[in-house]
Design a protein around this ligand. Structure first.
Ligand code: FAD
Length: 468
């Protein structure tokens, strides 16, 4: 055993340090099985002091560190690269709730807590932690903040960043940044906690988080509206936002092609309209109480929308079962596309008012570059977030996606930049989008980011090869 590993064992203990090949194997690949790396050790600390000790040793020996949450990230950011010197630090054993306060409406927890567990703990206390995503029963809150996760409630409550009051993090030097307070108001200089959010583990390791809680929404009402175009969806959104205000919880969009895909691959789904339309919008309103009031508000909105010709047809849910079956038409799209075969995903965001122009222009560019490829466009329209996914042309081999990945991404991302958007709405950069990020990001922003990285991590040990 070399000096570094011996020191790790001596200072952290056998039960924290894993270095046998069979023990570390499960920590070397990503959730989708796209990336695979190497490491000399996996550390599973039990507290912040052990994380600090581990980072101090890694820095002293110049060993690269890969922070690991629930490993549900979609861009290879928690997977070590090919260096056999990597040390993976997993937060999975740091999973205690430190405090939950229903007067201040705050929750303080270890960074390794599973998001779903935190949501359930908040619900048991009669509160809601609004961060919610399909991977919530595997992802950890530290990973959620490190990727600035979005999910289904962004329209009303914002991204993960907007839910955070405080952070405790260990710097590569082993020093602890103690910003774990629950103050609503703290205007004392730079807001350093924000730098760790979305940093994908490149600045330090988040060990504790303080989050804001919200009242629980007991009542929901949903409408599926058919629209002629993205422009009509935009006008409909304007009306809903004005009339429903903060009760507007979701405004999702999908094209008729997506509906075709769901009908072909998902079981037990039905089209609730007598005829098909170019696109659909799924709207959800939610409130703490007053189901009748909520339903009446939605019906009033729909009357106005139909009168002003802001949609073509609409179905308002009248039971929980119907509400769930309407949501399935939107939620089953990703799975249906996976069943359809390999495809290219682009999780992009745009200034919402430019989505219609973008869709028209991008469709032309993509067809010029890849004639016949099939676009499936859906997403959190109200957040300006589209999943601009493309499947192989009819009759093309399944290898099409892998062969055309980079060329197609260049075309899509060039359009995104031309319309003032972002090449990554939610999933981050990691290894997957590093090239596109370095190509598309404003050079001044990149320079500032490099300066911040140098300040926090002068030895460049934190998650090298990711983001920058
Ligand atoms: C089915 C599915 C659905 C998803 N839906 C969404 C969605 O709707 N919205 C969305 O935004 N994302 C979504 N994702 C992506 C993923 O769930 C999120 O990115 C999630 O926030 C990652 O958390 P994690 O704990 O799994 O992090 P990991 O994958 O383990 O790590 C992600 C990054 O964070 C770093 N990291 C992890 N923990 C820490 C820590 N404590 N300190 C410092 N750095 C750390 C890692 O090094 C890595 O860079 C989805 C993923 C799946 C598989």
């Amino acid at each position: 055993m070399d000096t570094f590993l011996r020191q790790l064992h001596d200072e952290l203990g056998q039960d924290v340090v894993y270095s046998a090949a069979q023990d570390i194997e499960p920590w070397l690949s990503d959730w989708r099985g796209i990336y695979k790396g190497q490491a000399q050790a996996v550390l599973r600390p039990r507290n912040t002091a052990q994380v600090a000790q581990a980072l101090r040793l890694c820095q002293a020996h110049g060993m690269p560190v890969v922070p690991r949450g629930g490993n549900t990230g979609l861009c290879g950011a928690a997977t070590p690269d090919g260096s056999p010197r990597n040390v993976v630090i997993s937060l999975d054993r740091m999973n205690s709730i430190r405090a939950l306060d229903t007067i201040a409406n705050t929750l303080v927890a270890d960074a390794g807590c599973i998001l779903g567990d935190l949501r359930r703990a908040a619900a048991e206390a009669g509160r809601m932690l609004p961060l919610s995503l399909a991977a919530e029963d595997s992802s950890q809150i530290g990973g959620n903040l490190s990727t600035n996760a979005g999910g289904v409630n962004v329209l009303r409550y914002g991204m993960a960043r907007e839910l955070v009051l405080g952070i405790e993090a260990v710097l590569p030097s082993g020093e602890v940044f103690n910003g774990l307070h629950t103050l609503r108001k703290d205007n004392t200089g730079y807001d350093l906690k924000q730098l760790f959010i979305g940093a994908e583990g490149t600045l330090g390791i988040i060990t504790g988080v303080a989050l804001r809680l919200q009242p629980q929404m007991h009542e929901r009402a949903v409408v599926l509206a058919a629209v002629e175009s993205a422009q009509q969806a935009l006008e409909f959104f304007r009306l809903l936002f004005g009339v429903c205000g903060p009760r507007l919880q979701a405004f999702e969009f999908f094209t008729d092609a997506c509906l075709d895909l769901v009908l072909a691959h998902a079981e037990g789904v039905q089209v609730p309209f007598g005829q098909r339309h170019p696109a659909y919008v799924l709207v959800e309103l939610a409130d703490t109480a007053d189901a009748e009031g909520l339903q009446a508000l939605l019906e009033k909105c729909m009357e106005q929308a139909l009168e002003q010709e802001l949609c073509l047809d609409a179905v308002v849910s009248s039971s929980l079962a119907q509400l769930q079956s309407l949501w399935r038409l939107r939620e089953d799209i990703s799975e249906a596309q996976r069943a359809d075969g390999p495809h290219l995903k682009h999780d992009i965001s745009l200034p919402i008012e430019r989505i219609p122009e973008f869709m028209e222009s991008a469709a032309q560019r993509v067809q010029q570059a890849e004639p016949g490829c099939r676009p499936y466009i859906f997403g959190h329209f109200g957040d300006g977030n589209l999943h601009y996914n493309l499947s192989r042309p009819a009759g093309a081999d399944k290898s099409w996606a892998a062969e055309h990945e980079h060329a197609v991404a260049d075309v899509v991302f060039d359009e995104v930049m031309a319309y003032g958007g972002s090449i990554s709405a939610e999933h981050g950069i990691g290894q997957l989008k590093r090239g596109a990020f370095l190509r598309c990001k404003d050079p001044v922003a990149l320079e500032l980011m490099r300066g911040i990285k140098q300040l926090f991590d002068p030895g460049n040990i934190m998650n090298p090869g990711k983001v920058l």
